[in-house]
Ligand binder design. Structure first.
Ligand code: ZN
Ligand code: ZN
Ligand code: ZN
Ligand code: ZN
Ligand code: ZN
Length: 348
């Protein structure tokens, strides 16, 4: 009797147990790994309401580092929506300072170039205007960057070749050539007319100048009657040493145009406002630069902010067009400096 009752109780327990186990088995059999799709048996993992058969399957759902491609298990950084496993990996996509090569979260832009705050303050290269890292100092204190250094005109021999080339090119384009070629001098900043002692090199924008002196000697009788008159001309073109080659050619053409104006267009030479002659010389330089595709120099001419050099150049560029040698010659033939307005006429 006693034994019987025990059997009855444990049989009931067994039935309940059996139902529970088969239920669980049934449930497990219907669940599959969210990642690989295999049916789950025994231990399995859950994460965010999804189930996985193994650690490997779970890890496949973690975000991949955009830079190194590894799965990211811990906290991570996001840049523009993309995940990175570490700062080191994030740094690989950041722009770098052109001087110290450090990755930049914030930067200073100079033209197309990026720098850290500190290096953006470095003195600018005299040739390209960008902050200088490892550079060289020229004899007159100007600083040039390592990129520009190999291109600079420092020797008289190479200067003379470029000087003659500028003259010949301008002659080919316009048919204009000065009857006498002014001697060339390569000089430092201190020889430029606008130079003042203590001035920072970057404040001075003269790259060259045309020097002309006319001396008239009269031979008179004792009664004061002029017997003979002689005019002696001394002329010289000075160009800064250490200009990049293309800038040298542009500058040389500008100064040679001063000479041509002095010799062939006396109504324009020194008679009118400064902008007329300087604008024409800038336009002359642009003709040679355009012929050679000196884009940087053309941009320099076009972006000059000075009214005498920039506004005047833009005025002549609009008047004659990009390759307007013939239009320029026609204009030169009748132009009179004394009738010119004090400032270049407004552009439309
Ligand atoms: Zn799986
Ligand atoms: Zn990474
Ligand atoms: Zn830097
Ligand atoms: Zn430079
Ligand atoms: Zn000039």
């Amino acid at each position: 009797m006693k034994q019987n009752r025990f059997f009855q109780i444990s049989a009931a327990k067994w039935i309940v147990l059996l139902i529970l186990v088969s239920g669980a088995l049934l449930l497990a059999a219907t669940k599959t790994c969210s990642e690989c799709g295999t049916k789950l048996r025994g231990k399995y993992l859950t994460s965010n309401g999804r189930v996985f058969c193994s650690q490997a399957c779970y890890e496949k759902t973690l975000p991949k580092c955009t830079a190194c491609g590894r799965r990211i298990k811990g906290p991570f950084v996001r840049v523009e929506g993309k995940p990175y496993c570490s700062k080191k990996c994030r740094n690989t996509i950041l722009p770098k300072c052109e001087i110290c090569n450090q990755p930049l979260l914030s930067y200073v832009r100079v033209g197309e170039h990026l720098y850290c705050k500190e290096h953006a303050k470095n003195p600018p290269c005299d040739a390209c205007g960008l902050p200088v890292g490892r550079g060289a100092k020229l004899g007159d204190g100007r600083i040039v960057c390592a990129n520009c250094r190999p291109d600079l005109v420092l020797q008289m021999t190479s200067a003379r070749i470029l000087y003659m080339r500028a003259r010949d090119d301008f002659h080919v384009i316009t048919g204009l050539k000065s009857p006498t070629l002014p001697p060339l001098a390569l000089v430092g900043l201190e020889k430029m007319p606008g130079y003042r002692v203590g001035q920072a090199p970057s404040e001075l924008h003269e790259r060259g100048f045309y020097h002309r002196k006319e001396t008239t000697t009269e031979h008179k009788t004792i009664f004061g009657m002029v017997l003979a008159k002689r005019t002696d001309v001394t002329e010289r073109i000075s160009i800064l040493y250490g200009l990049p080659r293309q800038q040298f050619v542009s500058t040389a053409t500008h100064e040679l145009m001063h000479d041509i104006i002095s010799e062939r267009y006396p109504k324009l030479a020194g008679t009118g406002p400064t902008w007329v002659e300087e604008g024409l010389c800038q336009y002359a330089a642009s003709l040679v630069c355009r012929r050679h595709g000196y884009e940087e120099q053309l941009e320099r001419l076009a972006k000059n902010i000075s009214p005498d050099y920039g506004d005047s150049y833009r005025y002549f560029l609009q008047l004659f067009g990009e390759n307007g040698a013939i239009k320029m010659l026609r204009w030169l033939a009748t132009a009179d400096g004394s009738r010119m307005p004090t400032r270049p006429p407004e552009l439309e």
